[in-house]
Design a protein around this ligand. Structure first.
Ligand SMILES: NC(=O)c1ccc[n+]([C@@H]2O[C@H](COP(=O)([O-])OP(=O)(O)OC[C@H]3O[C@@H](n4cnc5c(N)ncnc54)[C@H](OP(=O)(O)O)[C@@H]3O)[C@@H](O)[C@H]2O)c1
Length: 313
């Protein structure tokens, strides 16, 4: 039987790219018995799989929601994970406005990318995320809000990050020896699920994780060892690139991502932005982080196609 002390968690955006992985993690045997109910929220409830109860006693249910019924849709929930995508910022604003009328104690806003508080680039997606957080703080100042920054998506390692392995050409801005943090989408899901199992007072406000933190020079070496063949690294001058690419708002994330990779802006390590890997997965006892080596092995050194999606870094 489910214990009444276990919290009810809901995930919004479950049909999305990241949301599917987050949902899979919550439903895995490692985590599902930590919650009394897992609620999947979607604007289109019919896309979701049918509710059931698992052997561990966790109740799995679905709820349709829209911008007009958010307060009702969020009733009975103690932990809310938001994985709504970049097209849903207006919806996110309404979601934030509905929070005061709920019993949600812990909220994970839809971050799961680079720490855009560590720099001042005018990327619209990052500005929307900042606005959302400020709005949440305003309407529910006492709610635990945990922003999870997981760096770049490991599986997206490719030309969008300046790493064109298939054509043997890597491009960096500034140093190619600066560590850059990558996290596999499944590991992002496991990170959030772990944090959701902690007592609210033990959940940090900000979490930086990185399944692997490697410099571009290291990545080139790893891909070569796995069969990539020759890779040349072209290093663009830092100041010139910054001047040319920081002249105004741009919806294209790549220039900012390239810049940050060479600028220590995506280094989730103790020496730079901080590293909370041990907090969420001490000694890798809950799972083994997927690494650049794993990716290289899977792809025989030929990662990855260009998977950059506008506004999603
Ligand atoms: N995709 C990536 O590779 C990636 C990389 C780095 C960071 N991230 C971050 O992860 C988060 C999720 O991104 P994603 O790419 O997974 O998102 P996504 O697939 O584009 O969308 C996720 C879900 O958001 C909901 N949604 C979309 N438009 C909406 C709207 N107008 N109003 C309300 N809900 C809407 C949809 O769920 P329903 O239709 O079921 O309601 C959709 O399935 C974002 O914060 C993003 O920055 C993603």
């Amino acid at each position: 039987m489910a214990s009444i002390t276990r919290p009810v968690v809901a995930i919004a955006g479950v049909t999305g790219h990241l949301g599917k992985h987050v949902t899979t993690s919550f439903l895995s045997s490692t985590f599902e018995d930590k919650f009394s109910e897992i609620i999947l929220l979607s604007r289109n409830e019919t896309c979701l799989f049918q509710p059931s109860s698992s052997e561990t006693g966790v109740k799995l249910s679905t709820r349709g929601y829209n911008e007009n019924n958010l307060k009702e849709a969020l009733q009975g929930i103690q932990i809310l994970v938001n994985t709504i995508g970049p097209a849903g910022h207006d919806f996110g604003t309404k979601l934030a406005d509905a929070l005061p009328g709920t019993h949600i104690r812990v909220y994970f806003p839809s971050e799961f990318s680079v720490d855009h508080y560590a720099h001042d680039f005018a990327h619209p997606e990052w500005q929307q995320k900042k606005k959302h957080f400020a709005n949440v703080q305003r309407v529910v100042p006492h709610m635990k809000v945990c922003r999870v920054f997981s760096g770049l998506v490991l599986e997206d390692t490719g030309p969008g990050f300046g790493l064109d392995t298939q054509n043997g050409k890597y491009t960096t801005v500034g140093s190619f020896r600066t560590p850059v943090s990558f996290t596999a989408v499944g590991d992002v899901g496991r990170t959030v699920a772990t944090l959701a199992t902690l007592p609210a007072e033990k959940i940090p406000d900000v979490v930086h994780v990185g399944g692997d933190s490697r410099s571009v020079a290291e990545i080139a070496g790893i891909m070569k060892s796995a069969g990539a063949g020759r890779i040349d690294i072209d290093c663009l001058p830092y100041e010139k690139y910054k001047k040319e690419n920081n002249v105004g708002p741009s919806s294209r994330p790549d220039p900012y991502v390239w810049f940050l990779m060479g600028d220590e802006g995506i280094a989730h390590t103790a020496a730079f932005l901080g590293d909370d890997n041990e907090l969420v997965n001490p000694g890798q006892r809950l799972w083994r982080w997927k690494t650049v080596e794993d990716l290289a092995e899977e792809t025989c050194g030929k990662s990855a196609k260009d998977v950059v999606r506008p506004g999603r870094k």
